[in-house]
Every structure is written in structure tokens, then in C-alpha cells.
Ligand binder design. Structure first.
Ligand code: ADP
Length: 301
């Protein structure tokens, strides 16, 4: 097969591992920087140009689209889909998962456990906004944040009010959540490939830190997940329409709650924690599923 990897940086661990795994299985691989692609919008003859040549003959494309290039990256991916190239994750599903509010609303609609959440832009009654989640302590997030930046734990009502006012001043969309204290600064990353949780790890924030992000100094270890956690992760992936994703779950005293579904989950932490060849399993999934126009939207999205 000829496989394209949409990634801005061929040196990243996840990109390198996917290239390696595909080559080991005898495939031809090319890393493509989505921002350098340019495209025609022509009836029935979609094309992608790259550095003066036309990209042609790809059987599958693996999107590794960073949060900051979602708009253009998903447009390039959509163009591949229109050309009939099989996407590991579809452009519509990636767009859906990148919008935190839309994802939470979708997951809520399908009955997935979530932290009690309220959201706002310019609330006139901050008290009421806080009351929705049971008051302080509360976690306050800006919608566009990644890697734990823009996520604040407000321990008191006064602190919560000031943080909300500060975010309002920045004209940010604000998400307020009940603080899941019993998670103890840890979360569970379930790595889903093709309707199976193939590995899971527990990420623990460093001492005194409630955020478990590895980018914030957290550490990862192998964990056994419960049948309920497994079912929750698989349902969340299905609702988002993602073949490959990382479902982040907090262990709350009202059961597993989903915090986020990540459409480009990193491979480094999970391969190290599990000792598994995750990249290889992703390529195997592509081998089984890559057929022309094999998407839920059939290129119409
Ligand atoms: P990002 O998408 O920027 O990583 P998250 O919403 O995933 O932001 O939050 C970062 C980390 O903060 C999570 O991995 C989790 O450990 C912690 N966290 C987030 N929301 C809550 C919450 N409601 N209760 C407890 N901990 C939380």
C-alpha cells in the first residue's frame, strides 16, 4: 500500500513510529506537511499539489493534525477523502472532536458519564454559573487550551469568580466543571483502535498538581481498566466516529467520566507504558480497512 502521514514534523516520535511500522510491513510511506499542500476545488477532479507535484496513488492517509492547524489540516484530509483515499480518522470526526463543547454535548446526548459541566461566554450571573456545578472547588477551562494550559483549579468561590472574570475579560469561551477530587490528580488514557481498547495507562500529575498531563510533568504507568471503563471508552470513540483515539477518563465516585476524546493521541507514552507495538496495530487496522471511499460520509462531509 501507499500510505500518507499528514504530519508537520517527520521527527516526532509518533510520526517516526508510524513510518517505521508501515515500512516494516512492506508499505510505501510518505510524510506530508498539510500546510504545504495546495488544492484545486474542481467538479469531480479533486487534486492535491505538493511542492510542485500532484499527490497521487495513495491508498490511505493517517492524519496527525495538530490542534493549531485543525482548520487547514482537515481541509486537506477532506480533499484526500474526495479523491477516495481511506482516512484512518475521518475529517468530520476530527473536526467534531476538536470542538470541546460540541463533543461534550454529543457525549451527553448519548448518556456518557461526564463531569458536571457548565459553559459560558459572558455570563451576567457568575454565582448561578458556579452553582450549576455545585460551587467551589471547581475547574475552569478556556475552550481552546491544550496540554493542560488554560485549566485552572479554583479552590474557593472568590478564586473561581476572579478566574471567570479574567477569562471573560479575554473574551474567551469558558467551561466550568465539578472538580473530581477523588481522581487524585490522575486520569486514565484508553487507547482505542478499531473498536477495541488496545492499551491503557494511568497518568499521574506531579506532586501537588491536579493536572495529569505528561507535558506538565506527569508520569504514566500501565493500568487495568474495569469493564465499565472499557465500555465507556469504546462508546465515546464510536459516538465521535473515530477509529483511532485516546479517551481520557477520570475515576469519579459516580463512575467513569469522560474528559476528552483525542483524535491524534501520542504514541510515546502509551508504547512506553504498555510495551506494545501500538504503531504496528494501527497499520494492521489500515491494512484491513483501507478501501476506496470507505468513510461514513462517503466524501460528502
Ligand atoms: P487539556 O485538553 O488541555 O489537556 P484537560 O481538560 O484534559 O485539558 O485537563 C487537563 C488535566 O487536568 C486532566 O488531564 C486532568 O488530570 C485534570 N482535570 C481536568 N478537568 C478536571 C476535573 N473536572 N476534575 C479533576 N481533574 C481535572
Amino acid at each position: 500500500m501507499k500510505i500518507g502521514i499528514l504530519s508537520r514534523n517527520a521527527k516526532l516520535y509518533s510520526t517516526r513510529r508510524l513510518v517505521e511500522a508501515a515500512e516494516q510491513r512492506g508499505h510505501q510511506v510518505r510524510v506530508i506537511d498539510s500546510l504545504r499542500c495546495y488544492m484545486n476545488i474542481t467538479t469531480r477532479h479533486p487534486e492535491i499539489h505538493y511542492k510542485g507535484e500532484v499527490l497521487d496513488g495513495f491508498d490511505a492517509v493517517i492524519p496527525r493534525i495538530g490542534a493549531s492547524v485543525t482548520f487547514y489540516g482537515t481541509a486537506v484530509l477532506r480533499q484526500f477523502e474526495m479523491m477516495g483515499v481511506y482516512p484512518l480518522n475521518e475529517s468530520v470526526a476530527i473536526t467534531r472532536s476538536r470542538d470541546k463543547l460540541r463533543s461534550l454535548q454529543l457525549l451527553a446526548k448519548h448518556g456518557i458519564g461526564l463531569p458536571v459541566t457548565s459553559f459560558a461566554h459572558s455570563p451576567d450571573d457568575i454565582d448561578d454559573l458556579l452553582n450549576i456545578v455545585g460551587g467551589a472547588p471547581a475547574v475552569i477551562k478556556v475552550l481552546q487550551g491544550t496540554q493542560g494550559l488554560g485549566v485552572v483549579l479554583a479552590e474557593t468561590k472568590q478564586a473561581a469568580e476572579s478566574v471567570i472574570q479574567a477569562f471573560m475579560g479575554l473574551k474567551e469561551h469558558i467551561l466550568v466543571q465539578e472538580f473530581i477530587k477523588e481522581a487524585g490528580g490522575s486520569d486514565i488514557r484508553c487507547f482505542v483502535v478499531g473498536g477495541k481498547v488496545i492499551a491503557s495507562m494511568k497518568r499521574q500529575g506531579k506532586e501537588g498538581e491536579f493536572r495529569s498531563n505528561l507535558h506538565r510533568g506527569g508520569s504514566a504507568a500501565l493500568v487495568r481498566i474495569s469493564p465499565e471503563e472499557r465500555a465507556t471508552a469504546l462508546r465515546a470513540a464510536k459516538i465521535m466516529g473515530l477509529n483511532v483515539c485516546g479517551v481520557d477518563i477520570l475515576r469519579s465516585n459516580h463512575g467513569p467520566v469522560v474528559m476528552e476524546v483525542n483524535s491524534s493521541p501520542g504514541l510515546e507514552g502509551i508504547e512506553a507504558a504498555s510495551g506494545k507495538d501500538i504503531a504496528g496495530q494501527i497499520i494492521e487496522f489500515i491494512e484491513k480497512n483501507a478501501k476506496p471511499y470507505n468513510t461514513a460520509t462517503k466524501g460528502k462531509g
